[in-house]
Design a protein around this ligand. Sequence first.
Ligand code: SF4
Ligand code: SF4
Length: 87
Amino acid sequence: MIKFLYDPEKCDLPYDSNVQRPSKCLKCLESCPYSLLMFRPMKEVAKDGAPVRYEIYMTFKSYANKYCPDCLKCIKVCPNKAIEIKI
Ligand code: SF4
Ligand code: SF4
């Protein structure tokens, strides 16, 4: 089972309701040759009920079928060392 370890504090992608996608980085998504990584609003919310930031996650399909060959591209490209993958 692949373990995708991710630190949202290091990644720090502020939520932007105007554009519905992170306005910075996403280098990990762009680097993955199998498009296994996605972003979504985090469940953590501000007092007004709006999400505070996005998080990066690995798709369920990748966990189930072990598509990730641990190429390390997403880890190497991350400027904040926010990702770790354990197989
Ligand atoms: S290790 Fe490689 S294949 Fe796996 S999620 Fe990262 S970039 Fe994609
Ligand atoms: S490359 Fe790193 S800092 Fe950039 S979005 Fe991905 S996890 Fe966050």
